[in-house]
Design a protein around this ligand. Structure first.
Ligand SMILES: [Fe+2]
Length: 232
């Protein structure tokens, strides 16, 4: 199975934010990524979140997301897109996937005898969900530990996990999911998880713990060719 993966385009009309994020260039980078994914005959494209960045008015955010949705729809490669903290700051889930298309909503799936599991950690450590105008890049939490244990226990396939925020203990602590240690225990106890793919920590990092590869991809908005093809 071949996956095209990218993360953190932070697309907006701004030329540069935070000194290093080239927001307005990301739409063209997304187009280029999909051309490569199609040429490589990827089975699936996965965006690990923070597709967009904020605009002074919500109409512009909607327009930006529609432009990205047009790229998704024009591609022969289907897309799954996680929400990141910036997406959740601008959109509800209903509005986000209403524009991108319901097929982009992350749902666990089996492909080539492997199981892809998508986690949503767009929650405060209190357990409350992020909502438009209220998210925090330093405070994320995954509230469905029991459901995750059950899903892994029932899977007979090897498992690959996708999440916007970081489970990798090597990522900057502020980017890490508040209950990462507990989630990682569930992943390693299952004996089935081969890799965990993340975004959010823009420089990216990699480590291997308890036989699980943790891969945090570098942010698309901060470099030129930050899209990746993973063969599972
Ligand atoms: Fe993020």
């Amino acid at each position: 199975m071949k996956l095209g993966i990218y993360t953190d385009p932070h697309y907006s009309s701004q030329a540069v934010t935070c000194g290093v994020r080239y927001n307005s260039r990301s739409l063209e980078k997304i187009r280029r990524a999909y051309r490569s994914f199609a040429l490589a005959r990827c089975d699936l494209a996965v965006c690990l979140g923070d597709l967009i960045d904020k605009e002074p008015d919500h109409a512009a955010e909607i327009e930006n997301l529609k432009r990205i949705a047009a790229v998704f729809r024009a591609s022969s490669v289907p897309t799954v897109c996680l929400m990141g903290n910036h997406d959740a700051f601008a959109f509800t889930q209903e509005e986000f996937y209403g524009i991108l298309g319901d097929a982009c909503r992350p749902r666990d799936r089996a492909l080539d005898g492997k199981r892809l599991v998508f986690l949503d950690a767009c929650y405060f450590h209190s357990g409350e969900r992020y909502r438009p105008g209220d998210s925090d890049w330093t405070d994320s939490y995954y509230p469905f530990e029991e459901a995750l244990s059950a899903a892994l226990a029932s899977s007979r396939a090897e498992v690959y996990v996708f999440v916007h925020q970081n489970l990798d203990p090597a990522a900057e602590p502020r980017c890490r999911i508040a209950n990462a240690a507990q989630v990682n225990r569930i992943l390693s106890d299952s004996g089935k998880v081969r890799a965990v793919y993340q975004g959010h920590y823009h420089p990216g990092c990699r480590s291997v713990r308890n036989g699980i590869r943790f891969i945090t991809f570098p942010a698309m908005c901060e470099s030129d060719d930050a899209f990746f093809i993973e063969t599972l």
